[in-house]
Structure formats: structure tokens, C-alpha cells
Unconditional design. Sequence first.
Length: 271
Amino acid sequence: MRIVSLQPSITVTLAGLGALHEVVACTRYCKDLCPEIARGTQTIIQDSWSAKSEEILAARPDIVIVSVPYRIESLTEILKAGVRVLALAPKSLADVYEDARTLAALVDRRTAGEKLISRLQDEIAQTREETESFPKQRVYCEEWGKPIIASQPWIAELVEAAGGTFVGTPGAQTTAEAVAAADPEVILAAWCGAGDRVPLQQLLLREGWGQTTAAKERHVFCVADELFNTPAHTLAGGLRAIRWALHPQRFWRPMGIHGLDDAAQTKEKIG
């Protein structure tokens, strides 16, 4: 099968299934997430947001797989190519699991798909068990800064599993004042496309944010974009970042997270 993948979550899932060789074209964001792409033969093309029909057709695909976010213009380009299309739109962890099953069935790797799902589910279950007796903390997670948008529902689920209470409505636009009024104890920012370059000091200049418990305790962190905004089995990395931010004395610090006072925030795991 010749697959064109227009979203990193699709490409990384296919890689996890052992089917990356069936991907003939993908995006530059896929290349950033899957180092194997740099060593492969895949053509780099536009993504689900800015797809070009001529690029898709040039790859001679059997199927194009896309996922949110879309634009009407990009969907038009994808459909214009006249190739079979599989469109995904995950919102929750349950959606992430079902999308993995769908992709696994497509490439005839159902057993591998169930293993990917089980590994993430097991880590979530273990984290919930280890943190269930800890005091609940109010956690605000941000996907975008202008306008201010809270992280997606699957991140809210991971926050809950790590012993936190998600501030605001997942995936919805909010205001600086509303976040400040909720007084989060931990702030985690993972802006789409920003990698690990969220300007944390600037966040605290927003109305009321400097007076939040998170700011006073210096519990304000940047999480690498791909750990929060790639709905795939790799969300396990986002879970590890969340649980460390909430419980730095009880969990090892993972890759992909840094804070206002990075050296001060690094603590040795206890127990």
C-alpha cells in the first residue's frame, strides 16, 4: 500500500505499527517526530492544514490519511486529488485508541495496534494508581497563546490520571482573566508548532497571572509540543511530563519539559 500521511500523529502511529515503509509521502512535522523519515525515501509535502493536490498526486498514493486541524481549502485540495481519503478527528483518549485500531486494520497489523494501545493504557492506569492518594492540584494546560486556547480533552484526561484537576474547558478558547480567577497551582504550556519555545516569563505578564499560585510557587512549565499535541501512543511522554510537574519529588524528570527555574525544579525522586 502507498500511503500519504498529512499529520504527525498518523505517521508516528504507522511507525509504531512497523508500517512506516508503506508511507510514501508525509509532512515536515512528521520528519521532526520520526527520525526514521530523515533516513527514508518519503517525499516531504504539505500537511492537513495546507495540502496541495498536485503534491498528493505526485506521490501516486493508494490512500491519503488526514487528521484535524483542517481548513475548507485544504480539504478541497485533498478531495481534488481524487484519491481515497481516511479522515480522523480525535478528541479523547478513546478516540486515540480507536484511530490506532483503524490504522492497524488498514495495514493489517491489528496485533501490533493492540500492543501500542495497551502500553499507553497500562502507563495511564499505573500513574492513576500511584497518584490517587496525593492531594489534587489545579492544572491549567495551554495549546495556543493568541487567542488563548486550553489543551485538548485527551490532555485533561492525562491530567486527571496524574492526580490533577483540569482548569477550564478542554480545547476551548478562554481568557487570561478566567485562568487567573481559577488560580491554577501548575501551568503547562505546549503551543502547537512551537516545539519547546514557549516564552514562560511572558505568560506571567498576562492579567492576574503573576498572582496565581503556580506563578508564586514557580510551577510554570513548557512542554514540548509533540508530547501534548500528537494524539497517538506517544502521549505517554506527555503523561510523564504532567506527573513530574505535579509530583517532582516522586517521579523521575522526563525529557521535553522545562520550567521558570529549571535547576531549582529538578529534584531527586524519593522512594
